[in-house]
Write a protein that binds this ligand. Structure first.
Ligand code: AP5
Length: 215
């Protein structure tokens, strides 16, 4: 199965993708995570992407589509894919069609997480992850069971993203409205879009997604 999780920054794409990975053994293909890894490693792609990401703007279509193709090639042909944060422009949506067709895959669902943008700034600025295993947490909505200790791996080190400040978040949201939201009608015309209330509690969002996947 190949699924796109679509929604503005902070809609819960990463949170829900991690849950699908745990439950169904699917692979999360997050272009944001791939780019952050490239920045950390100081690769040519990372050097190009760093300043763009810090401003909250979009990295070039060619770079992210190449990353997605490489990631798909590293997976078994039957492994399910969750596209998290990709595609983000009409050009990327067209590239994804080609990338999937070349690999004998087809898109099953585009799941839109519908959210209230005003609430997203709080979600994003309160977010942090385990520095060791990457599990996501939130100052208000999802703290570890024992404060300061990761539920998943026991690490006591956590980190926050440099682009998770209010000013950059506002730019990321404007980019979403201008460049990403217009790709929805393309998928709507194919009858594969399902809308989920992303403002509901995390478990309810997960249940709604599970229902869509189960058909
Ligand atoms: P990326 O890493 O993709 O960031 P994003 O799209 O801005 O999305 P986020 O990761 O911020 O949000 P999310 O929807 O995953 O929310 P999360 O689950 O964490 O991209 C970063 C940058 O990389 C871009 O700005 C761009 O520069 C570049 N980039 C990436 N892909 C690109 C592409 N394809 N093309 C060009 N450039 C690209 O949830 C947020 C918080 O809310 C968490 O703390 C969570 O615990 C909490 N939360 C989640 N769900 C709920 C809920 N239901 N109730 C309460 N709290 C919740």
């Amino acid at each position: 199965m190949n699924i796109i999780l679509l929604g503005p920054p902070g809609a819960g794409k990463g949170t829900q993708a991690q849950r699908l990975v745990e439950r169904h053994g699917m692979r999360q293909l997050s272009t944001g995570d791939m780019l952050r890894a490239a920045v950390k490693a100081g690769t040519p792609v990372g050097l190009q992407a760093k300043a763009v990401m810090e401003r909250g703007e979009l990295v070039s279509d060619a770079i992210v589509s190449a990353l997605i193709g490489e990631e798909l090639d590293s997976m078994g042909p039957d492994a399910g894919a969750i596209f998290d944060g990709y595609p983000r422009t009409e050009a990327q949506a067209a590239s994804l069609d080609d990338i999937l067709a070349q690999r004998g895959r087809k898109l099953d669902h585009v799941i839109e997480l519908a959210v209230d943008e005003d609430a997203l700034v709080e979600r994003i600025t309160g977010r942090y992850t385990c520095a060791q295993c990457g599990k996501g947490y939130h100052d208000t909505f999802e703290q570890p069971k024992q404060l300061g200790v990761c539920d998943k791996c026991g690490s006591t080190e956590f980190k926050r993203r440099p682009d998770d400040n209010e000013e950059t978040v506002r730019t990321r949201m404007a980019e979403y409205r201008a460049k990403t939201a217009p790709i929805l009608p393309v998928y709507e015309a194919r009858g594969i879009v399902a809308r989920v209330n992303g403002m509901a509690e995390m478990d309810h969002v997960t249940a709604a997604i599970e229902k869509i996947i189960a058909g």
